[in-house]
Design a protein around this ligand. Structure first.
Ligand SMILES: Cc1ncc(COP(=O)(O)O)c(C=O)c1O
Length: 509
């Protein structure tokens, strides 16, 4: 066999007759992609990844052996087990040959591995979707959309039309569709709560629209202030910005608050009066510890029933997801939008956007089915399902209570009681007169006090949180967002100790 020898010199020499063009630089990119910010995976989480790699080294020299990812609501990264009902059914639709194989097993063994209702559901789903490896209808599988409509009907007591349901790759895809379709020029305003989940400011920025932040009232459990919203609408109209949409996150991220029926009614009244599309981000509807979740759709349907003339034109897009609640299936990307009150032609454009993306991930769609149409009392999977769901709720409540209790004991920290979602958003009461050394240090480092606090917390304890400025906060106030998902109590203790040291270093004696 002849061996071809290539000289290293030959590899280096260029024979081309043209001068190679330079690579792209950042200034060549779409400007709006440069402007978009997403703090949840920003500078501090990036540093956390570096530290995570360092920890793998033999003598890493760090005072801890693990990074606590309290920056993101990613339950299964933090110990939450997937529900058996989901994974059993999913495994059969992924590998349908298993259905024949398990039929050959002893009944007791088979029923323990795959209870009959799991097998039935998998068969039903396969009949509707066909292979999960095939594209589905762009709006999502019909059977699953029917289940979503039935779920909404049962939840709210008002009917829902499967034709108004769009299955999506998580709520993020839904937000991107909606903001893209509603942004008609640089003078389109989106009213968003502040603090907000930064997907909203990022998507608004990507579409060159204008965010109009309405501050939530921290002193009143982060409630909404309708007077403020009305004032902002007026001011922006005067500036030539047309408010077109109002976003509500309920239960709140990062605030953990829950809107009352009265709050929701007031928001819908504003929407009706000003022709605002309402985006109701309700991905945390199952994460409720105190009080009750009321859907925007339920309140709207009630208002339309009573006063169709005033409320009949309100357009509402409600979002849900399989990433949160007890599902925690963030990596599988399932969710839906329910559109209420939109004109047929507008829905057709949203459908066109969905079609450009071909279809949402089919396994994500299947998870939506399993979330909205889960085992009922008396069915073979019910006991295990109920046990797993109850223990997830119990665990989350315990962790939330523990962390909240710990913040309450910390000097110069104020925290509203968590009522829903997966986060706490405590206020760090740092003022220049009480913390002159801190403000001086921050000036030197060109960091805000919340950025500095979260950076030090990470460097010294391995706990990764997100500074409040990534979500928005009243100027001059400082917060941070943490999830209460990480298991164990050790990390909470090490946070308390860090805080004591921080205060004793920086607070004026
Ligand atoms: C308020 C809110 N909306 C939407 C999302 C996105 O969820 P998904 O994973 O369904 O895209 C999140 C994720 O944390 C969220 O907190």
């Amino acid at each position: 066999m002849k061996i071809l020898r290539i000289s290293p010199l030959c590899l280096r020499r260029s024979y081309a007759s043209f001068k190679p063009a330079p690579k792209l630089s950042v200034s060549d990119l779409n400007e709006s992609t440069l402007e978009a910010k997403y703090a949840v995976r920003g500078k501090i989480p990036i540093r956390a990844d570096e530290l995570r790699s360092k920890i793998k080294e033999l003598n890493h020299g760090l005072p801890y052996d693990r990074i606590i990812s309290a920056n993101i609501g990613n339950p299964q990264q933090l110990d939450q087990k997937p529900l058996s009902w989901y994974r059993q059914t999913l495994s059969l639709v992924q590998y349908p040959t298993l259905i024949d194989k398990i039929n050959k097993l002893d009944k007791n063994v088979r029923d323990a591995l795959y209870p009959p209702d799991v097998v039935d559901r998998a068969k039903k789903l396969l009949k509707s979707t066909g292979s999960v490896g095939a594209y589905s209808h762009s709006q999502g599988d019909t059977l699953i959309r029917e289940s979503v409509a039935e779920f909404i009907h049962q939840r709210d007591g008002y009917p829902s039309d499967p034709n108004n349901i769009f299955l999506t790759g998580g709520a993020s895809a839904a937000v991107l569709y909606l903001i893209q379709v509603l942004s008609s020029g640089t003078k389109t305003g989106f009213l968003i709560p502040i603090p907000q989940y930064p997907l909203y400011t990022a998507s608004i920025s990507l579409n060159k629209a204008v965010p109009i932040g309405y501050y939530l009232d921290e002193a009143n459990d982060w409630s909404t202030d309708p007077k403020l919203i009305r004032k902002l609408i007026k001011e922006n109209k005067e500036k030539g910005v047309t408010p077109k949409c109002l976003v509500v996150i309920n239960p709140g991220n990062p605030t953990g608050s829950i809107l009352t029926e009265k709050d929701i009614t007031e928001i819908l009244e504003i929407a009706a009066e000003h022709g605002l599309v309402v985006i109701a981000d309700e991905v945390y509807q199952e994460n409720v510890f105190e009080g009750q979740f009321t859907s925007m759709k339920k309140v709207l349907a009630g208002l339309v029933e009573k006063d169709p003339q005033s409320y009949g034109n309100v357009q509402l897009a409600s979002l849900h997801s399989t990433s949160k609640g007890v599902s925690g299936e963030c990596g599988q990307r399932g969710g839906y939008i329910e559109l209420v009150g939109f004109a047929k032609e507008v829905k057709e454009i949203i459908f066109k956007l969905a079609s450009i993306n071909l279809c949402p991930v089919v396994t994500g769609q299947i998870l939506v089915e399993l979330m909205v149409n889960h085992p009922k009392k008396g069915s073979p999977s019910y006991d295990l399902y109920n046990h797993e769901v109850s223990s997830i709720h119990k665990d989350l409540l315990e962790r939330a209570t523990l962390l909240y209790g710990s913040f309450q004991k910390m000097t110069d920290v104020e925290c509203n009681k968590p009522r829903g979602a997966m986060y706490l958003f405590p206020k760090l009461n740092f003022t220049e007169d009480k913390y002159p050394k801190l403000f001086k240090k921050c000036e030197e480092l060109n960091l805000t006090p919340d950025e500095f606090y979260c950076t030090e917390l990470l460097e010294q304890t391995g706990i990764c949180s997100v500074p409040g400025n990534g979500f928005g906060q009243v100027p001059g106030t400082y917060h941070l967002r943490t999830t209460f998902l990480p298991p164990g109590t050790e990390w909470i203790e090490s946070w308390s100790n860090f805080h004591k040291d921080f205060i004793s270093t920086f607070k004026q004696k």
